[in-house]
Design a binder for this molecule. Structure first.
Ligand SMILES: Nc1ncnc2c1ncn2[C@@H]1O[C@H](COP(=O)(O)OP(=O)(O)O)[C@@H](O)[C@H]1O
Ligand SMILES: [Mg+2]
Length: 194
């Protein structure tokens, strides 16, 4: 862990190559050439690449034994200039956090909103949320909202730091807030191609 930490901080990026929490792809991509391609991320009624739908299918499979599920509302076709691995890794990470934190017998709810020049992906769970004063640190490296609860060796608090970097590298941004009816909601905005 110490070596991991120093490497992470020294690089100020994600040159580290390691496996955990589904972000190994993200971590590795930093050393590769940044691979931009027009990626069709959501085509619910068509064949072809469908980033979000594929991620959700995997997430549903993982959540099911825990008595949890992942649902999304109607998806709109939209195109963005994106590195597929980075962006799917980022979405996957936020969704998996939601699965971990949402209550048994509840869901992680995904909404997709296409605005003029942006797509907004809102990922909300039905868990305990995050204390208001801690929200601003959620995307800091090594931040854990509750050390006591999360001493299960399941992560280092790096997931969301890497997610933020991935989203910002694509000209987008990411914020988190507590949903008025409970649970954490993470909003990801990404610019669409013209
Ligand atoms: N959906 C969520 N609900 C409540 N807390 C969350 C949620 N997602 C993330 N967190 C908190 O933010 C911290 C950082 O998340 P992350 O960077 O993914 O790290 P990790 O999953 O490795 O602990 C987590 O340890 C947890 O305390
Ligand atoms: Mg995580």
């Amino acid at each position: 862990m110490c070596e991991l930490m120093s490497r992470f901080l020294a690089s100020e990026g994600f040159e580290v190559a390691y496996e955990y929490d589904g972000i190994s792809g993200l971590a590795r991509r930093k050393t590769d050439d940044f691979d931009l391609a027009v990626v069709d991320i959501m085509m619910p009624r068509k064949n072809g690449m469908d980033l979000l739908r594929d991620i959700v299918a995997d997430a549903v499979f993982e959540a099911e034994p825990m008595g949890k599920t992942v649902v999304y509302s109607e998806l709109t076709v939209c195109f963005l200039m994106a590195d597929k691995l980075w962006i799917s890794g980022a979405l996957d990470n936020v969704i998996r956090n939601g699965i971990r934190h949402t209550q048994t017998d509840s869901s992680v709810d995904i909404n997709l909103l296409v605005q003029e020049y942006n797509v907004c992906v809102n990922i909300r769970d039905h868990g305990e949320g995050v204390e208001e004063e801690k929200l601003e640190h959620l995307f800091d490296p090594f931040f854990r909202a509750s050390e006591a609860r999360e001493h299960d060796g399941s992560g280092y608090g790096l997931g969301l730091a890497i997610v933020r970097r991935a989203i910002e590298m694509h000209g987008g941004n990411i914020v988190a807030h507590n949903h008025p009816d409970g649970g954490l909601q993470v909003d990801i905005r990404l610019p669409l191609t013209e």
